[in-house]
Design a protein around this ligand. Structure first.
Ligand code: BES
Ligand code: MN
Ligand code: ZN
Length: 485
């Protein structure tokens, strides 16, 4: 969705939206529209919409009212996004190709107006590339948002927010693509293509390099697949600091479970088992596009988990790059095996002060939190507070879980240093304990289990059903408020 800026005196498209504060219909509205809105119980609550047809120059005009709620609401930014999102959701397939949002009399600041545009753009995203039989009525018609009489500072704020939107859309695209299209190598190729010219440096390790480095845990997962595994590192160096920050993503491009195979029902969901890696890639694009003043390494551990004559077996013992050995009790607990080598590598290669990993790691986190919060596990209370605050600000919310020695000993193995699964209960926590065994002393680390967040079965505030792009806003917000402040 393209956004353009225009003054109020230039000719407007047929469809024009006005923003309405709660219980405050603009006085300059036509009496029929005012009465109609009241009759339809439109009061300007955030996300409410109302449509009227009015006589205008050259024919009938479509006038949309979008509620933005109360000015003193605690959820002001989210409400403004909701208003923009409600408009694009309503008019995406309306037949109209352009939607003007008239900010006249809205009283918004430039940053607030940019929030409306941001919500509109995010909610207007769809992945239709494989739908060849859509009728004209089913096809999205809306391609352009015209910001009319935008408050001062809107264009400057939009410059930044549109970079973030681009990152979120890239993540959604990676997550939505099926696993015959996005596999480790093609994931890397898409990132290369999208990041070209942005200033992000790219480093890719293949089977040979990872074998030489001794990444036996990651490679054990990959060995049942004909797809070559990849480790993708992307660096955005927008600041000169002593130690960078690392974001690490689980990129299992398809998770069958391996020999510990998953049931058939719902297995297709496992195409989005690369949602952590997708969020890292989208974040790198956003940071580079808005030229963030921070030094960030984004690492994606990319493998496909398949059953095969060459696949690893339950009971196999693998040696990770750290030297620690793992008894693979369940080949479906593969994400931690991929992440442990990615974590060791990034710490060894870049000595980051802070490491944040994102992974669709456990079904248990969905049992705990549903689709409202990502689970947070961290060895650092200050980092917990910063991530929690970032989540509250941007809407990608997190809820902290405990770590501790009593949980840690649940993954001791009789034959190796650890096993890759604990008992049934507390499954998200023992998964986090496993990862913590790969974190060097002095490194502030957080693990975000986002299994319930990357895919939505129904439309949400700023997304349609499908890939949400969760994690990109969170990491971007963390960079803004913690690293760029
Ligand atoms: N990718 C899955 C976790 C998952 C499950 C994500 C459902 C999204 C929806 C992960 O690799 C996995 O299979 N985890 C197992 C771990 C178990 C074998 C200890 C799980 O959660 O069942
Ligand atoms: Mn699995
Ligand atoms: Zn998985």
């Amino acid at each position: 969705m393209k956004v353009v800026f225009r003054t109020a005196d230039a000719p407007l498209p047929r469809l024009v939206a006005r923003l309405v504060a709660q219980d405050a219909l603009p006085a300059d509205l036509d009496a029929v529209v005012r009465e109609g809105a009241a009759a339809a119980r439109f009061s300007g609550k955030a996300g409410q919409t109302f449509e009227a047809f009015v006589a205008g120059e050259g024919g009938v005009k479509r006038l949309a009212l979008a509620g933005i709620g109360k000015a003193d609401s605690e959820d002001r930014a989210a409400n403004l996004e909701k208003a923009g999102a409600a408009l694009t959701a309503k008019y995406l397939t309306s037949g109209e190709s352009a939607l003007a949002i008239d900010f006249t009399g809205s009283g918004l600041t430039g940053a607030q107006a940019a929030s409306v545009l941001f919500g509109a753009r995010l909610r207007g995203w769809r992945h239709d590339v494989y739908r060849t039989k859509l009728t004209d009525e089913q096809k999205p018609s809306l391609a352009e948002i015209v910001a009319v009489a935008a408050p001062e500072g809107t264009a400057a704020a939009w410059e930044i927010e549109s970079a973030l939107a681009e990152g979120i859309e890239f993540t959604r695209e990676l997550v939505a693509e099926p696993a015959n299209v996005i596999y480790p190598e093609s994931f890397v190729e898409r990132c290369k293509a999208r990041l070209e010219g942005t200033g992000v440096e790219i480093l890719v390790l293949g089977l040979k390099e990872m074998t030489e480095l001794g990444m036996g845990a990651l490679l054990g997962v990959a060995q049942g697949s004909v797809r070559e595994p990849k480790l993708l590192a992307m660096r955005w160096k927008g600041a000169d600091v002593a130690k960078p920050t690392a974001f690490v993503g689980k990129g299992v491009t398809f998770d069958t479970g391996g020999i510990s195979i998953k049931p058939a029902a719902g297995m297709e969901d496992m195409k989005w088992d690369m949602g952590g890696a997708g969020a890292v890639a989208g974040t790198m694009l956003a940071l580079a596009k808005r030229k963030a003043k921070a030094d960030i390494i984004g690492v994606c551990g990319l493998v496909e988990n398949m059953p095969d004559g060459n696949a690893q077996r339950p009971g196999d013992v693998v040696t990770s790059m750290s030297g620690q050995t793992v008894e693979v009790i369940n080949t479906d607990a593969e994400g931690r095996l991929v992440l442990c080598d990615a974590l060791t590598w990034v710490q060894k290669e870049y000595a980051p002060a802070t490491v944040i990993d994102l992974a669709t790691l456990t079904g248990a986190i969905i049992v705990s939190l549903g689709n409202e919060y990502g689970g947070m596990f961290t060895n650092d209370d200050a980092l917990a507070a910063k991530l929690d605050a970032a989540g509250k600000t941007c809407g990608d919310k997190l809820w902290r879980f405990p770590l501790g020695a009593a949980y840690d000993k649940l993954i001791d193995s009789p034959i190796a240093d650890m096993k890759n699964v604990g008992p049934r209960y507390g499954g998200s926590i023992t998964a986090a304990q496993f990862l913590q065994r790969y974190i060097d002393k002095g490194v502030a680390w957080a693990h975000l289990d986002i299994a319930g967040m990357v895919w939505a079965d129904k439309p949400g505030q700023t997304w349609d059903k499908g890939a949400t792009g969760y994690g990109v806003r969170l990491l971007d917000q963390y960079v803004r408020t913690v690293l760029e402040a």
